[in-house]
Each structure stands twice: as C-alpha cells, then as structure tokens.
Design a protein around this ligand. Structure first.
Ligand SMILES: Nc1ncnc2c1ncn2[C@@H]1O[C@H](COP(=O)(O)OP(=O)(O)OP(=O)(O)O)[C@@H](O)[C@H]1O
Length: 236
C-alpha cells in the first residue's frame, strides 16, 4: 500500500442547483490517521462525506480507497469494501433493542462482531433495551456502534458528538481515538465541537464554501489567521 491513501478524493465536485456544495476538493487521508473536517455551516462537509461514501453521486472527480477507484461502487459495495459512515442525526430504529439493531447491521457483514462492538462501546448492559428507552448519549454510541460492525477500515463520521454534553463528547472522543488506534481504522470526522477535534485529530482540513481553505496539524490550524477569521473566531 506504499504511496496510497486509505481514502482519497481528487477534484471532487458536487453541485446542487446552481451552486457547488463541493468544488474541486482534493483530500487524502493516510492509513491510521484521524482527520478532522471542519468549517462553517453550509461549507460542504456533509456533502463531501456523502460523495466519499457514495450516498451522493460525484459530478466529477475520483474517489479511491487504498489506491483503488471506488467511484462506481454503491454504498453497500463500499461498506463491504471496508468503508462505514455515521449520520448527523441518529440513524436508529426506536422500537428495536440495541442488540437487534446491531444484529441487523451485522447480517451483511463478513465479521459480525456484535458482542465485541457492544463491549467496546459500553452497550453490553443495554443489549435488550429498546433504543427509544436509552439515553441520548447512549443512542449516539449506538450510532457509532452500527458503523463499527464488520470492523471497517475507513470510518466517515458526521458529527458523532452532536447534542452531547462536554463531558460526554470528550468521553466519546477518547473512546474513538483508542478504538481507531487498536483497530487501525482511518477516520474522517466532521465535528463542530472544537475540543473534540483538537483533542483527537492528527490533521484537520478546513472547508469553506465548498473549497479547501486550509489543512494542517491542530496547532497549525489553530494558528492560521485565515481559519480564525473564517471559522474559529474565539472558539480555539
Ligand atoms: N440534498 C441537497 N439538496 C440541495 N442542496 C443541498 C443538499 N445537500 C446539501 N445542500 C446544500 O449544500 C451546501 C452544503 O451543505 P452541507 O450540508 O454539505 O454543509 P455542512 O458543511 O455539512 O453544513 P452543516 O455544518 O450545517 O452541517 C448547503 O448550502 C446545503 O444547503
């Protein structure tokens, strides 16, 4: 895999109506890296995740995993190929138990690691509880658990900490960092919580109006005048 990236997008472009939600974006995440994707509302972060995951068709550009062009693969094929994603809003069935939802996700997985995932995410004690009856923070962990079924090699996360308290967010971030290292998962994470982003990401890409504004280590991003003006303000 020398010289290849776990996930790579080249000149990705996706218009909606008369404007480009993602405009000639190049992004390349090396194996094992946790990459943050930040930027103002409407910058194109979710659209970029949609395009990489196959949920939205690309208008032009290429998507590669481990150097292989996966642009023609469906969402399901990408999943079987080792790519998983989570969504901004929780994506769970309220009437199913925690274990039932994970079993459902595991039906198509080559490695149906339901017990392992419940254990890793602290959900084992809630296995038989209906999703609607567990706390919101637990529902978000279930969202992450669903994405981790099958031990994906590339994980695309869209605001996994949205709606969590500061403590819950940091707990989730630590859990994610630890798991990503042990399982050697490459992670691209969209997140508005800068505490989370700066604490777990190796590098950060900043999007603005569908284009890349900056990319660098957390320290470089924190110091970038352009990024501070466009997005961070006093948040960093
Ligand atoms: N399905 C769609 N149809 C039409 N426009 C869309 C669609 N999805 C996204 N857009 C538009 O594309 C632009 C980028 O949206 P996107 O959700 O990717 O931004 P974002 O950076 O994820 O924003 P946020 O931080 O608010 O989630 C926005 O102007 C949005 O309204």
């Amino acid at each position: 895999m020398n010289g290849t990236y776990a996930i790579e997008g080249t000149a990705l472009t996706r218009p909606y109506g008369g404007f480009f939600a993602v405009n000639k974006v190049d992004i390349a995440v090396p194996h094992g890296e946790i990459r943050g994707l930040i930027g103002p509302n409407g910058a194109g972060k979710s659209t970029l995740i949609d395009v990489l995951s196959g949920r939205a068709a690309v208008w032009s550009g290429q998507v590669r995993m481990d150097g292989r062009d996966i642009g023609a693969m469906s969402v399901q094929e990408r999943r079987r190929h080792g790519m998983a994603r989570s969504f901004q809003k929780t994506n769970i069935f309220p009437e199913l138990s925690v274990r039932e939802q994970l079993d459902l996700a595991a039906r198509q997985a080559e490695k149906p690691n339901v017990e392992e995932v419940m254990d890793e995410l602290g959900l084992s004690g809630l296995a038989d509880a209906k999703a609607r009856d567990i706390a919101y923070g637990e529902q978000r962990r279930l969202d992450l658990a669903l994405a981790l079924i099958g031990r994906p090699r590339v994980l695309l996360l869209d605001e996994p900490a949205a709606g969590l308290s500061m403590r819950e967010s940091l707990n989730l971030a630590t859990l994610l960092r630890d798991l990503a290292q042990r399982w050697r998962v490459t992670v691209l994470i969209v997140e508005h919580d800068m505490e989370v982003v700066f604490s777990i990401c190796d590098r950060i890409t900043v999007l603005q109006l569908g284009r890349i504004l900056a990319e660098g280590t957390p320290d470089e991003i924190r110091r970038s005048a352009d990024v501070v003006t466009a997005y961070l303000g006093s948040a960093a």
